[in-house]
Design a protein around this ligand. Sequence first.
Ligand code: PHE
Ligand code: ZN
Length: 863
Amino acid sequence: MTDASSTPAIPVTIYRSDYRAPEWQVPDIALDFALGIDATKVGAALSVVRQADAPVPLTLRGDGLTPAAVRVDGEVWNDWRMDGSDLIVDLGERSAATVEVDTVIDPASNTQLSGLYASGGLLCTQCEAEGFRRITFHPDRPDVLSRYKVRMQGDKAAFPILLSNGNCIEQGEEGSDHWALWEDPWPKPSYLFALVAGDLVVNKDSFTTTSGREVELGIWVRGGDVERTGHAMQALKDSMKWDEEVYGREYDLDLFNIVAVSDFNMGAMENKGLNVFNTRYILADPDTATDVDYDGVEGVVAHEYFHNWSGNRVTCRDWFQLSLKEGFTVFRDQSFSADMGSPPVKRIEDVRLLRAAQFPEDAGPLAHPIRPDSFQEISNFYTATIYNKGAEIIRMMATMVGPERFRKGTDLYFDRHDGEAATCEDFVRAIEEGAGIDLAQFRRWYEQAGTPRLKLSLVEDEGAWSLDVVQTVPPTPGQPEKQPMMMPLRLAAFAMDGSGDALADTLVTITGATQRIALGKFVGRPALSVNRGFSAPIIVDFERGPGELAWLAAHDDDPFARYEALQQLMLDTLVAAVSGKTGDNQAVIDAVGQTLAGAGNDPAFVAEAVLLPSEAFAGDQMVTVDPDAIRRERLALQAAIGAALETKWRAILAGSAPPATDLSRKAKGGRRLRGVALAYLAATGADDAPALAFRIFSDADGMTERQAALATLAHGDSDERAHALDIFYQRYRDNPLVLDKWFQVQAWSLRADTVDAVKALAQHPDFTLANPNRVRSLYGALTGNQAAFHQADGAGYRLIAELVIALDPKNPQTSAKMIPSLGRWKRFDDARQALMKAELERILAQPGLSRDVTEQASKSLVG
Ligand code: PHE
Ligand code: ZN
C-alpha cells in the first residue's frame, strides 16, 4: 500500500451536477477479518443487485488494494480488471450476484489514519469520507446502504477486545485466537463502518430510553485512562435524554460504544453504534483538563451521538450534501451545550469561532458554498463553512419559524427520509412544508459563498426613525455576481436619554438588496441593537460613536448585544490606533470597568465580554493587515486597560479560585475571569506579575488555572517562565494530551522569538509528525499566532511549507489543513504576499504531492 499509487498526479474535479444514482446496490455485506498489525486479511462478500435496466459491469472502488481472489456466486471468477485503483467486475447479464473479494492490508504502515490503521497497538478504522475503499473494494459512496455482518478473528493476547457496529451475536475461541461476530441491523453506508481490536478497558453504564429500551453504554480506553471517562459518560447520557426531549429522537440499538484513540485526524467519528474518538474529546479530569477541554468533551460526545439521527438514520446522498448532516448536527450540539450551560456565553463562543475560522475562509481563495458545486478531494471540505456556517443556516430557519414550527419541520424530515440518503434540498423542503414557510429565496444560502454585508444607516422624518439596509454579497471564486439573501434580523432600539421610548426586540426578515425598516418615534437618534443573538451570519457595517456603543454595552437588555457593543468599541479603538490615529482609550476603559462590576452575577459572561478581540479579527477589519502594528497596539491597549483597572484585576486575583472539581457554571466562569485578569495584569508589566503568575501556577489545584498561568508566563521573559515550563514538562511528559498543551503555549507566545522557538520544538524528542494532535499543538498554534506566523522575514511561512512537504507523504489530510493559512496572502502587503506565494509554489513543485495538498495549494495560489 504505497501512498503515491493511491493519488493521481492530475487531480480530477468532481461536480455535483454529475450525480447519477448507483448502478448497483449492495443490500448485504459480510466481512471477515483475520487481524494482524502488519497484515490483516479481509474477505468481503457483497450481495449486489443491479439497479440499471441494461447489463453494466460492477465498479468497486479501491485505494492501494490488490485483489488476491475474486469469486462470483461461489465460483472463481476471472472476468475482472483493474481500472486504475478500481476493480471492475463483469457480471454479464446478471441482475444480482454475490461477489467475493479477498485482500490483504497492512495497518501498521497506514500513516494516513484513513482505512484500517494501528494506533499504539490498537487496530481501528476511519472510513469517512472515502476510507472504506482502503479496507476492501466497494462502491464506497454514501447512497449505497447495506446490512453488515462482521466476523473478526485474532490473537487473544494482542486483541482481547473485538468491537464493531451493532450487536455482538456470537463469539468463540480457536487455540490462541478468538473471534467475534457482529451484526448491525440498520442498513448503513460504508463510511459508517467501524472495527476496533485491541487491549482496552471499559467504563460501562446504561440508559433507558423513553420507550423503555435498555441501552448498554461503553466507553473504551487504554488501561489507566478509565478514571478520566466520567465526564464523557455523563455527556452521553445527557445527550441521549436531550435528543428525546428536544427532537423526539430515541436511540435504536441495545448497545452504544465509544472508543478513544490517540492518533486521529479529526475530533471524532459517528460510526453506527461504535463512535471512535480522538482521546482529546473523551479523557478529562480536573488535574489534566481545562474547563474548555471539559466543554469540548461534552460538545463532541453530543455531536457524535446526535449524528445517530442526523447523519446515520438519515444520511447524505453524496458528499456535496455533507452540510446536511454536519451543519444540522453542529446546530444540534450547539443548542444542547447552550441548554447545559449558559446560552449567551455559548452563543458568544460560537460566534467567535465563526468569525475566527469561517469568515476568513469565506473571504479567501478557498471560499465555497455550504453545498459545494465541485471538489477534487472531499477531505478538504470538512471546513468551518460546511460545519459552522452550515449550522448558522439551520439556525436561521429555526429563528424564522420559532421552536414549535421548527420541530414540526424536523419531525417531517426524519419521518420522511428515515433510512434514506437525502439531500440538502430534502431538508429545506421538509422545513418548508412542516414548518410552513416559503424558503425559495432562502435556498441561496446553499448556493452562494461569501459573507453577506449589511450597510445600515438611520434616517429621520419628523421624529419618526427608520433603518435603511443595503445588502451586498461579495464575489467569491467562480461566483462574481450575487443575489441578495433572505435572513432574519433581530433588532431593538432604545432612547439613550432614558425617556422610555423603545422598540422592543423585533424580528424582521431581510430579503432585498435595499430595505427600509420603520423603528418608530424617538426624540433623538435611538441606540440601535442589531443582529441580536447574531441572528444572521453576516457582517454589519454601521457607524456608531463610542458613546452609543458604551451605552449599549451597559444597558442593552440582550447579553449577546452587550458583548457585541463592547467588542465593537474595543475593535474601533484598536483599529484607529493601528491606523495611526491617536487613541482615546478612556471609553473602552470605562466600559470594561462598568462591565466588571457585574462579574459577581455572571463571571463567565463578563470574562468573554472584557476580552480584547483577537489580532486576527482586528486584521480582518483592515484593508491590508499589518500584523506588527496590530500586535503593538493590542498589547498597548491591553496594558492601558490593565493599568487603569489594576486594582480590579488584583481584587479578582486576590480571592482563591473555585476548587477545580467544581464544574458549575459559576465556578468555570470564575476561573475564566481570573485567567483574563491575570493576562491584563501581566500586560501592565507590573514587577510582581511573573511571581504572582508563578504562584497561581504552583498553587493551582487543576489544569484551568495552571494552563492560564503558564500561558501568561509564556508571553514573557522571566525566570519564572523557564521554571514553570520545566515543571510542567517534567510533571506531564508521559501524558500526551497535556504535553500537547506544553507545545501549544509556547507556539502561542507573544514573544518576538516564537518562530525560532517553534523550529526548535519541532526537533524536541517528544515532537512527532505521526500524531495529528501533536502537529496541531505546535504548528496549528503557530498559524493562529498572527504576528509570529506573519513574521516579516517569512520564516513562519517557510516553517509551515516545510511541514506540509514533510507531512504530506505520511498524512495528506492533516498536511492539507495547514495550507489555508498560506492562502490568505491577498490580505497582506506586497512583501508578505510574495513570500507566501513563493511557499505555495514551493509546495506545488514537490513531486508526488497528494490530491489533498495539490487542491488546496493550487486553489490558494490562484487567489
Ligand atoms: N463526521 C465526523 C464528525 O462530524 C468528522 C470526521 C470526518 C471524522 C472525517 C473523521 C473523518 O464529527
Ligand atoms: Zn459531525
